[in-house]
Design a protein around this ligand. Structure first.
Ligand code: FAD
Length: 395
């Protein structure tokens, strides 16, 4: 696409993480000249956590050329629901669902997208201080020592986006009141646990307890062919009396509530990464106001129970490419983008809140549930919404 005067369209992208790189690929594929500004001069690939995406989205991104088919993934086809048996320290399987996911290493996903955006100008260590409308049309991106005008400015600058102020001023993340611990462990953590290893080779595991749940799955490691064990555990933040590092409180949760085998994994010291976050969410009512548009976590954050933040960012990019190719002008393209992506952000935030209520704030008595109860409870929590994480019960 060209700008209104017929010159090559210029797109500036604020933020060079998953959303920023995917949006840069989208712009470049639609024929624009793209420049990315990334605040960090460190290695984004070192974030090291696991994420899952829908298998059909992964296939679409490979077919469309956004992702290299050689990027390691760890696909599994099922979801297994476990809880600790009442009065015992052993796990009980409640249900199995067909809920295929393609598990990825966040850092490898970023690296692949960054390589895919290879032809665009990517400025590392360049924080954007301000974005504003240019009097002559288009928008200005300001850094400490540069000022450039673009036809379109994409805000892919995460939860505390400076770009969002130009599109949806005053919209801020709303705390959910609970926390998540994310960790990764070398696969040797499963040495001597053949049953868990076998389970995780074909399924991802949800472990329910009163007051929260944990999710466990294998992801590719940085070394070719290797795997890591990844988890995300949700629950109440540490009490004021907890004087050790907040990250370590997850071990207390696991010891209190998990079956012994699973608590043992969380309790192991050899984590390759461990982080603590407060869960929060928000969505911008409109994700574009020409010449600005928002993508990824800058536009909306859903509670991670939907496993849809990076997924949405990648879908945002596919949408941007489509509207840039199909619309008569950049402003029309951005209006088309807003019409499609604004409701999706709102939908995911609403779904994340329902799942958060069901899985953390008002957990059921997992010990009394079986496959039929999990199916009925899942249907009630989804309330008609679509989620790739919830499938049909297996045999
Ligand atoms: C516990 C947990 C589990 C999750 N699991 C999943 C999952 O399974 N599946 C899934 O799809 N999603 C998942 N997510 C969500 C996913 O990780 C995020 O949605 C995604 O990584 C967001 O990418 P982003 O590029 O929008 O934002 P970010 O990764 O936050 O990137 C924003 C970038 O902008 C840069 N930046 C910020 N301000 C400026 C500035 N002023 N100038 C220049 N650069 C700037 C930052 O340095 C950063 O690199 C999970 C999230 C959590 C917390």
């Amino acid at each position: 696409m060209a700008d209104v005067a017929g010159a090559v369209l210029r797109i500036g992208v604020v933020g060079g993480s998953v959303a920023g790189c995917a949006m840069a690929i989208a712009g470049a594929r639609a024929g624009a000249q793209v420049t990315v500004y990334e605040r960090s001069d460190g290695a984004l690939e070192d974030r090291g956590f696991g994420i899952v995406v829908p298998p059909d989205l992964h296939r679409e991104l490979v077919a469309a050329g956004y992702l290299d088919a050689g990027m390691p993934t760890a696909p599994v086809s099922s979801r297994v629901w476990l809880t600790r048996q009442s009065g015992r320290f052993a796990a009980r399987e409640l249900a199995r669902q067909e809920a295929a996911v393609t598990a990825c290493h966040w850092g490898l996903l970023w690296r692949t997208l960054r390589a895919g955006a290879g032809a665009v100008r990517y400025h590392r260590g360049r924080p954007v201080t301000e974005v504003l409308r240019a009097p002559s049309g288009g928008a200005v991106i300001r850094t400490a020592d540069t000022e450039e005008v673009y036809d379109i400015v994409v805000g892919a600058d995460g939860p505390r986006s400076v770009t969002r102020e130009a599109v949806a001023p005053g919209v801020r993340p709303v705390p959910a009141g609970y926390a998540v611990w994310r960790g990764t462990l070398p696969l040797t953590a499963l040495d001597g646990h053949p049953h868990q290893l076998e389970l995780l080779s074909t399924a991802w595991v949800t472990l329910g307890y009163r007051g929260g749940h944990g999710v466990f799955y294998l992801i590719p490691g940085a070394e070719p062919g290797s795997r890591l064990l990844a988890y995300a555990i949700y629950g109440s933040p540490p009490p004021a009396s907890w004087t050790a590092a907040r990250e370590t409180y997850v071990r207390h949760i696991a010891e209190e509530h998990f079956p012994a085998d699973w608590a043992g994994l969380v309790g192991r010291g050899e984590h390759t990464s461990l982080a603590y976050h407060h869960v929060a969410d928000f969505h911008a009512p409109q994700v574009a106001d020409p010449p600005f548009l928002l993508a990824g976590d800058a536009a909306s954050i859903t509670r991670p129970h939907t496993a849809s933040g990076a997924t949405k960012a990648l879908q945002d990019a596919l949408c941007l490419e489509r509207v840039l190719r199909g619309a008569p002008s950049p402003a029309d393209a951005l209006r088309g983008y807003a019409a499609e992506r604004s409701p999706e952000g709102a939908r995911l935030v609403a779904l994340g809140r329902r799942l958060g209520r069901a899985m953390v704030e008002r957990t059921p008595d997992w010990t009394a549930m079986g496959a039929a109860e999990v199916a009925a409870w899942s249907r009630a929590a989804l309330d008609g919404a679509d989620s790739y994480l919830y499938g049909e019960a297996e045999g």
